[in-house]
Design a protein around this ligand. Structure first.
Ligand code: PLP
Length: 392
């Protein structure tokens, strides 16, 4: 329905029609197993080789450094567990941040259960890591540092070039969860000393359930999935050929259109931020004003934080899809966000953020309509309370 507006592109993105078209022949026609030696296998194998090249080209990697997986979550698990268990050392220290996605944080908890020491770096009020905190946290036993390139809830971009350099000077490996960043901001493993990088197709207008892990040549991983030895023995299972063709096409489009698309999205984003903070007196931006994803807006409404879900549902009734924090935490709607808590927000403020995330197919007219509707819906919410009476 054309009057619906989708502003939740950090949760997932619609397929680009060019991606759908590229996948078509692999859903209906080309069916071979890429490991088979005959013509049917070869067709599928060639499609995978092309997809691997397209993904590698997006951040200047070599195709043999791309391992296909079934999600960003799997790539994150594979990076952390694969590196630590692959090293076979007795004492292991890993550094990450307090605001990572659960795909990293829950993997760290698992590793802690296996005896790994984990340090969770703090962030400032904008969600930024201080590189000095990383310098101080590094130990002789630090094997791996894993810091996300862009935060899913607040949109803040981390200084991963500097963080990866510090990590390398110390002799440890650097992984970045770039699931929100790939295709949105330039990444280049030739100029950024990143050893491992996770990505997910459905965040860049590709299909769901398709991901990849970049593993710099020479980095050793222990596989998580054992079997027929596909993906250089690192990730056994017959590959999802159609899905990976979709990822490849999505990566190619992102590479060609990223810089123009980013300028377009920054314009729409900034109009949203400037207009909302000017027209709703209690609205405040969450995350860094400039060091943020091109299409990402995260907002709080002071004194009305408890009404975030109500606001989301009223917007939904008007056909507008936004989110409160991360879609992955939809089941924990009323709990304070650990990300906002780590940024120093009190328990009330940490409960009520709104996330408006734009993508390739959003238009200025949609932004206008949203800006018209939002003040009316916000006015229907519980009146603004005096914060001085609210306990932290
Ligand atoms: N990492 C980040 C930063 C994310 O935003 C997400 C998904 O929201 C993931 C990892 C997980 O990716 P996937 O949905 O492909 O498992």
């Amino acid at each position: 329905m054309s009057d619906r507006i989708y502003f939740d592109n950090s949760a997932t993105t619609p397929l680009d029609p060019r991606v759908t078209k590229a996948m078509g022949p692999y859903l209906d026609g080309v069916f071979g197993n890429p490991s088979s030696l005959h013509w049917a296998g070869r067709e599928a194998h060639e499609a995978l080789a092309q997809a691997r090249q397209q993904v590698a080209d997006l951040f200047s990697a070599q195709p043999n450094e791309i391992i296909f997986t079934a999600s960003g979550t799997e790539s994150d698990n594979m990076a952390l567990i694969g590196v630590i268990e692959g090293l076979g050392q007795r004492e292991n220290h890993l550094i990450t941040s307090a605001i990572e996605h659960p795909a990293i944080l829950e993997t760290c908890r698992y590793l802690e259960g296996q005896g790994v020491d984990v340090t969770y770096l703090p962030v400032d009020g904008d969600g930024l890591i201080d590189p000095n905190d990383l310098r101080q946290a590094l130990r002789p036993t630090t094997r791996l540092v894993s810091i996300m390139a862009a935060n899913n809830v607040v949109g803040t971009l981390q200084p991963i070039t500097e963080l990866s350099r510090i990590t390398h000077e110390h002799g440890a490996l650097f992984h970045t969860d770039a699931v929100q960043a790939v295709g949105k901001i330039p990444l280049n493993v030739q100029t950024q000393p990143i050893d491992l990088l996770s990505l997910s197709a459905h965040k860049l207008h590709g299909p769901k359930g398709v991901g990849a892990l970049y593993v710099r040549s020479g980095v050793t991983l222990k596989p998580l999935v054992h079997g027929g030895g596909q993906e250089r023995g690192l990730r056994s299972a017959t590959e999802n050929v159609a899905g990976l063709v979709g990822l490849g096409k999505a990566a190619e489009i992102a590479r060609e259109e990223m810089s123009e698309e980013a300028s377009y999205l920054v314009q729409l984003r900034d109009r949203l931020i400037d207009t909302i903070t000017a027209t709703l007196p209690n609205a405040y931006l969450i995350g860094h004003r400039y060091r943020r994803l091109p299409g990402h807006v995260s907002l709080g409404l002071a004194g009305q934080e408890g009404e975030a879900i109500k606001l989301l549902l009223s917007l939904d009734e008007a056909g507008i899809a936004i989110s409160t924090g991360s879609a992955c935490s939809a089941n924990h709607g009323s709990e304070p966000s650990y990300i906002l808590r780590a940024m120093g927000f009190d328990l009330i403020r940490a409960r009520g953020s709104l996330r408006i995330t734009l993508g390739r197919f959003n238009t200025a007219a949609e932004v206008d309509r949203f800006l018209n509707v939002l003040p009316h819906i916000a006015a229907e919410l519980r009146p603004i309370t005096s914060r001085q009476f609210v306990a932290a």
